[in-house]
Design a protein around this ligand. Structure first.
Ligand code: PEP
Ligand code: MG
Length: 886
C-alpha cells in the first residue's frame, strides 16, 4: 500500500489523501514554483495508526526511501554533522483546522549538526543555536508534552538577565546556554535525554502529528465545525528553508486579492529576518507587503508573478505563505483563501469579468449564509471606534444598548423601552426571559454551540460569545476589559458577525443589499461593486432554479415586501394572527357561546373582518398563488391565562362585583386546559369540533377572491387544512368547504384549490391516501420535526439543545436545518407516495426550513415545487435554489 507521496506525485485534487496543505504543495511543485522539496505521508497512514496504535506495515520503509531520494536531491543527509539536511514536520488535514494540530521545525539538529549548520550558514553561530533551541522547545512541547511555559520562562529569564525584551538581542553564547537549559527541562519532564538520532526525531515527530488529530482541542474544533472525526491528518515532511538568516531573509503572507472587500491589489505582511512562528506570535511588527519591493525587488517581482500564476491556475483568491532565504524566494503554502461574505460576491463577479469562471461557477462560489449576513444592518465604523474585545460571532447582527447583568434587570429596562445588552459569563436556561428582552447578548465564555449562542440564533438575536478578554463580575454589576471598567447603565455595541465588542454607541447603517432588494438602489446606476455582483449572481440563480420561492406572510405589508424580495406567492398565510387584538373578544364570544345563535353571531361578526384581511393580501399578491391555512392553534391561546383570570375573579368577588361573565370565562379556560396543547385540540380537530369555524374562514376566502376578480384582479387562493393525520379528517372538511365555495364562486371564474399540510408523521406515512383528497401538500416541517423527534419546539432550545450540540448528537438544531435521515425521510416518502397517487400533486414546504440553505438543497433533491419562507429569507432561498440546480 502506498503511504508516502513525493511532492512531484500529488496534485490539488488529492486533498482526501494528502490533506489540503500536501495537495497544494504538490500542485505548486508541479506548476514549477519554487517549493522546498519534500513528501507527504497520507491520511490513510494516520487512520491506520489511530486504529491500531502503531505505524502500519511498510510505512517505515517508504519513509526511508523517500528520505533517501530527498537527501540525494538536496545533496545533504538528514542531521549530517558537516552539512545537515533539516526538515519540518507539519500536519495538514483535508479541512483547515487553524492552530489545532502540531508542527515541528528544524528536525535533524543535534549537538554535532548544530556546528555544521553554523559553518554552512557562513559562520552564523547565533542562527544555528537559535534553530536548535527552537527544535528542543517545539519537540519537547508537541512530541513529549513538556509544559510550554517552562521553555518560555527560561527564555524570559535570559532576556531579563540581559536587560532586553527582544529575542534578537540574544547572542550565540546566550542561545547556547539556553539550549543547555532547555535540555535540562526536557530531561526533567521526560526522564530521558533529548534524542540525538535525526531519524528518531523524525519518527517521533510524525507520530506526534498523527496523535494530535485526537487532541482535545482538535476534537472540539471538529465538532463545532462539523468536520468528520475519522478523516485523520496527513503529515508533510519538508526541507527547511530559513527566513532568519539575516536582513536578506524573511517571511510573509500574501493574498491575491483583499480578503475583506474583494478589491484587486497587493495584500499581505512581511517580516524580515524571521521564521514563520514569529509572525504568528506577533513578537515583532510586520510591514505591508508592498515594502518588500524596496527591500528585495527581485523576490518581490517574482512573488507577484507567482501570485498571478496561482490565481489563474486556481481561478480564485489564493492565500500564500512564503520565505526568502538569502535573496531566494520559496513558496511554503498556498490555498484557496477564506474571505468575508462581501468579498465572496465581489470576487465571484470579478472572476466572471476576467473570463476565469462562468456564472454557474460563480453561483458555487457564494452561498445563502453569506447573503443572509449581507442583509443585516452593519456598524458604521470610523477611526473613533476600536474594538475592546473580540469573541465569537455567534448570532449575526449589530446591536447597541445599555449593559445589564441579570435577566431581571434586562426585563425591567426593556419594559421601559430601553435597548439592553445582557452581559453574562455564560447563560443558562434561567436567563431566557432576559435574553428575550435584550437586544443583544454578550458572554465571556463559550463557543458557537454554547447555550447563549444556540438560543440567540434560535431567536434571531445578535450574540457575541466567548469574548474572553472581558472579565464579568455579576454581583458587582460591572465588567472590565482592556483596563477599563464598564458598569451597569453604560452603553456597549456588539457585532454578532465579527464577534467584535465596542464601548459606546456605534451608529448602525442599513444593508445596501437590502436596499437593492427593496428596489431603492439600482445596480445599473450605482458604483457599488457588491450590489452589482449580488444583482448579477441573483439574476443568474433565478434563471437556473427549478424550485419556486414563496413567502410566509399574513399581512398585506409583509406580502408586499416579500414580493419586492422576489417571492412568487404566499406559501403560508397563518390566519390565527388575524384573531388577535380587538378581535380576541369575538373569539371569546365564540368559545363561550352556549346556544347556536350566539355562536353564529360571533362568527358572523368575524366574517367581514376576515374577508377584508384576505382581500388585502390577494391584492398585494395579485396573479400569484396564496395558500391560506385555516386556523391552527388551540383556542385557549386566545383566552387570558388561567392564573390571572382566577385572581381577577377572586378580587372582583371580594369587592362584591358581578362576576358572572368572568366566571363563565374562567370555567371555559378550566375546561379547555390541556397538558400537551401541541398534541391537543388544534388544527383540523378544531374544524371538526367547533361548528361553523372553518366554514366561516372558507367563506371569507372565497368571497375575498370573488371581490378581487370583480375588481379586475386575479386571486389564486389555496385553502390549506393543518394537522391532518388521516384522509377521513380532510375528506370531512373538504366536503363542507366545496359546498361553500361552489355557492360563493358561482360563475366568477375564481378557482380555489383545497390541500393539506403534511406535518403529522402519520400523514407522511399515509400520503398516498391523503393525496386522494388533496390538490396540494405543504410540508409543515416545524411540527413534523416536533412530532418526529418528540421535541417540544418551544422548550428544547433553552432547555437542553446546547448540550446535544456540545455532545455532537447533532451538528445543528433539527428545527433550523432539516434532519435528512429522519424527518427528511418522512418528507421523501410523502412526496413519492403522494405523487404516485395523484400525478401533478403540487408540493411545497412552509416550515422554517424553507429558508435554510442546506434544507433548500434537500427540497430540490426530493422534487418539491416550491419552498416558502419568511420575507427576509426569500433572497437566500432564491440563491440556494439556483445553487442546487447547477
Ligand atoms: C409547521 O409546522 O411547519 C408550520 C409551518 O406550521 P406552524 O409553524 O404554524 O405550526
Ligand atoms: Mg404546524
Amino acid at each position: 500500500h502506498k503511504y508516502v507521496y513525493d511532492f512531484t506525485e500529488g496534485n490539488k485534487d488529492l486533498k482526501d489523501l494528502l490533506g489540503g496543505k500536501g495537495a497544494n504543495l504538490a500542485e505548486m511543485t508541479n506548476l514549477g514554483l519554487p517549493v522546498p522539496p519534500g513528501f507527504t505521508i497520507t491520511t490513510e497512514a494516520c487512520q491506520a495508526y489511530l486504529a491500531t496504535g502503531r505505524e502500519p506495515d511498510g510505512l517505515a520503509g517508504q519513509i526511508e526511501a523517500h528520505l533517501e531520494s530527498l537527501e540525494r536531491a538536496m545533496g545533504k543527509r538528514l542531521g549530517d554533522p558537516q552539512d545537515p539536511l533539516l526538515v519540518s514536520v507539519r500536519s495538514g488535514a483535508k479541512f483547515s483546522m487553524p492552530g489545532m494540530m502540531e508542527t515541528v521545525l528544524n528536525v535533524g539538529l543535534n549537538d554535532q549538526s548544530v556546528v555544521g549548520l553554523s559553518a554552512q550558514a557562513g559562520g552564523n553561530e547565533r542562527f544555528a543555536w537559535d534553530s536548535y533551541r527552537r527544535l528542543i522547545q517545539m519537540f519537547g512541547k508537541t512530541v513529549c508534552e513538556v509544559p510550554g511555559e517552562e521553555f518560555e520562562h527560561a527564555l524570559d529569564d535570559i532576556k531579563r538577565a540581559k536587560g532586553t525584551h527582544n529575542d534578537l538581542d540574544l547572542d550565540a553564547e546566550d542561545l547556547r546556554g539556553l539550549v543547555d537549559t532547555y535540555k535540562k527541562i526536557f530531561l526533567k519532564h521526560t526522564g530521558r535525554e533529548f534524542p540525538q538520532q535525526p531519524r528518531e526525531q523524525l519518527d517521533l515527530a510524525i507520530r506526534a502529528v498523527f496523535e494530535s488529530w485526537n487532541a482535545e482541542r482538535a476534537v472540539l474544533y471538529r465538532r463545532q465545525e462539523r468536520i468528520p472525526a475519522d478523516l485523520g491528518t496527513a503529515v508533510n515532511v519538508v526541507t527547511m528553508v530559513f527566513g532568519n538568516l539575516g536582513p536578506d531573509s524573511g517571511t510573509g503572507v500574501a493574498f491575491t486579492r483583499d480578503p475583506a472587500s474583494g478589491a484587486q491589489g497587493i495584500y499581505g505582511d512581511y517580516l524580515a529576518n524571521a521564521q514563520g512562528e514569529d509572525v504568528v506570535a506577533g513578537i515583532r511588527n510586520t510591514v505591508p507587503l508592498q515594502e518588500l519591493e524596496q527591500l528585495d525587488k527581485k523576490s518581490y517581482d517574482e512573488l507577484l508573478s507567482f501570485m498571478a500564476r496561482l490565481e489563474g491556475h486556481y481561478r480564485d483568491l489564493c492565500d500564500i505563505e512564503f520565505t526568502i532565504e538569502r535573496g531566494k524566494l520559496w513558496m511554503l503554502q498556498t490555498r484557496v483563501g477564506k474571505r468575508t461574505a462581501a468579498a465572496a460576491f465581489v470576487i465571484a463577479g470579478q472572476l466572471v469579468d476576467e473570463g476565469l469562471i462562468d456564472l454557474d461557477e460563480a453561483l458555487h462560489r457564494v452561498n445563502g449564509a453569506q447573503l443572509a449576513q449581507l442583509m443585516f444592518p452593519r456598524f458604521q465604523l470610523d477611526h473613533e471606534f476600536q474594538p475592546v474585545a473580540k469573541g465569537i460571532g455567534a448570532s449575526p447582527g449589530a446591536a447597541s444598548g445599555t449593559v445589564v447583568f441579570t435577566s431581571a434587570r434586562a426585563v425591567e429596562l426593556a419594559a421601559e423601552g430601553e435597548s439592553v445588552i445582557l452581559v453574562r459569563r455564560e447563560t443558562n436556561p434561567d436567563d431566557l426571559n432576559g435574553m428575550i428582552a435584550a437586544k443583544g447578548i454578550l458572554t465571556s465564555r463559550g463557543g458557537k454551540t454554547s447555550h447563549a449562542a444556540v438560543v440567540a440564533r434560535g431567536m434571531g438575536k445578535t450574540c457575541v460569545s466567548g469574548a474572553d478578554e472581558i472579565d464579568v463580575n455579576v454581583p458587582a454589576k460591572r465588567f472590565t476589559v482592556a483596563g477599563q471598567t464598564v458598569s451597569e447603565g453604560d452603553v456597549v455595541s456588539i457585532d454578532g458577525t465579527t464577534g467584535k465588542v465596542y464601548l459606546g454607541e456605534v451608529p448602525v447603517m442599513p444593508s445596501e443589499v437590502v436596499q437593492y432588494f427593496e428596489g431603492s438602489l439600482d445596480p445599473e446606476h450605482i458604483d457599488n461593486a457588491l450590489v452589482r455582483a449580488v444583482h448579477r449572481i441573483m439574476t443568474h440563480a433565478d434563471g437556473r432554479r427549478r424550485l419556486a420561492v414563496r413567502t410566509n406572510a399574513d399581512t398585506g405589508a409583509d406580502a408586499a415586501r416579500a414580493r419586492r424580495f422576489g417571492a412568487e406567492g404566499i406559501g403560508l398565510c397563518r390566519t390565527e394572527h388575524m384573531f388577535l387584538g380587538d378581535r380576541r373578544e369575538l373569539v371569546e364570544r365564540l368559545i363561550l357561546a352556549r346556544a347556536e345563535g350566539e355562536r353564529d353571531a360571533a362568527l358572523a361578526a368575524l366574517l367581514p373582518l376576515q374577508r377584508a384581511d384576505f382581500e388585502e393580501i390577494f391584492r398585494e399578491m395579485d396573479g400569484l398563488p396564496v395558500t391560506v391555512r385555516l386556523i391552527d392553534p388551540p383556542l385557549h391561546e386566545f383566552l387570558p391565562p388561567l392564573e390571572q383570570l382566577a385572581v381577577n375573579v377572586a378580587v372582583a368577588q371580594e369587592r362584591g362585583e358581578d362576576v358572572a361573565k368572568e366566571e363563565a370565562l374562567l370555567a371555559a379556560v378550566r375546561r379547555m386546559h390541556e397538558e400537551n396543547p401541541m398534541l391537543g385540540l388544534r388544527g383540523v380537530r378544531l374544524g371538526l369540533v367547533i361548528p361553523g369555524l372553518f366554514a366561516m374562514q372558507v367563506r371569507a376566502i372565497a368571497e375575498a377572491a370573488v371581490a378581487c376578480a370583480r375588481g379586475g384582479g386575479t386571486a389564486k387562493p389555496e385553502i390549506m387544512v393543518p394537522l391532518v393525520g388521516a384522509v377521513q379528517e380532510l375528506e370531512t372538511v373538504r366536503a363542507e368547504a366545496e359546498k361553500i365555495i361552489a355557492e360563493v364562486v358561482g360563475d366568477s371564474g375564481v378557482e380555489v384549490l383545497i390541500g393539506t399540510m403534511i406535518e403529522v408523521p402519520r400523514a407522511a406515512l399515509t400520503a398516498g391516501q391523503i393525496a386522494e383528497a388533496a390538490e396540494f401538500f405543504s410540508f409543515g416541517t416545524n411540527d413534523l420535526t416536533q412530532m418526529g423527534w418528540g421535541f417540544s419546539r418551544d422548550d428544547v432550545e433553552g432547555a437542553f439543545f446546547w448540550r446535544y450540540l456540545e455532545l455532537g448528537i447533532f451538528g445543528i438544531s433539527p428545527f433550523e436545518s432539516i434532519d435528512r435521515d429522519g424527518v427528511g425521510r418522512l418528507v421523501r416518502i410523502a412526496a413519492e407516495e403522494g405523487r404516485a397517487a395523484r400525478p401533478g400533486l403540487k408540493l411545497g414546504v412552509c416550515g422554517e426550513h424553507g429558508g435554510d440553505p442546506d434544507s433548500v438543497h434537500f427540497f430540490h433533491e426530493v422534487g418539491l415545487d416550491y419552498v416558502s419562507c419568511s420575507p427576509f429569507r426569500v433572497p437566500v432561498a432564491r440563491l440556494e435554489a439556483g445553487r442546487a440546480a447547477v
